[in-house]
Design a protein around this ligand. Sequence first.
Ligand SMILES: Nc1ncnc2c1ncn2[C@@H]1O[C@H](COP(=O)(O)OP(=O)(O)OP(=O)(O)O)[C@@H](O)[C@H]1O
Length: 229
Amino acid sequence: MIEVKQLSHQFELGKKDKKTVIPVLQDVSFSVNKGEIVTLVGRSGSGKSTLLHLIGGFLPRQSGTITINGMDVSNFTEAQFAEFRLGTIGFIFQNFQLIQSMNAYQNVELPLILQGVSETARKIQALETLKKVGLEGFEHHYPSELSGGQQQRVSVARALVLNPLIILADEPTGSLDSETEEDLLHLIKELNESLDITFLIITHDDEVAKIGHRSLMMHDGALIDQEVK
Ligand SMILES: Nc1ncnc2c1ncn2[C@@H]1O[C@H](COP(=O)(O)OP(=O)(O)OP(=O)(O)O)[C@@H](O)[C@H]1O
């Protein structure tokens, strides 16, 4: 479902004559199969978020190849990636990244609007998805009126509403207490089992790593271990 080959990445800081090059990823290769939950672990600064951003098309690729659902996305333009992403990949972030001026329903409806879905179909799909994540009755609540766990559920619903094949998550439980975390992990497992959604999840947390079928360990920009459970 995701195939990464010999991916390297570096950031350049400073102006022409005083450029500092920061190598972040070195020759990273791995694949994630359909229906797998794979966790990506490793110290802060080891390059996990950079890897996820490259797979999600938020950073321009410098070398190596990325194939998603059989499609070589390595040379996609920003616009091509944006279109491809919409129907294929959902995202969950540590800080939820909800739009504060929109209620739960409107946050979940947004990807449907971008996809050009009609208003009637949007209503059905957004309400159905909010129900799926256990937020029936909270449609009109704004993010500030919801608990952290409920906000993360809205963001899961937003990631889910276009029926993605893959969900990429960056520390999805990082802002949640342990009980809410357990609920979210249960939901992820359920979505994986019932909808066959593939998950690639960055985490520092052993509890999250436990729900994965496999764990990839990064160290200083390289994959050093691929643990199969
Ligand atoms: N836009 C950027 N410009 C310059 N350097 C960057 C940029 N983004 C990340 N880096 C650097 O790249 C390295 C890897 O960062 P990255 O965020 O990918 O690591 P991480 O493993 O996800 O860390 P964390 O667990 O803290 O999120 C770090 O040294 C970071 O400072």
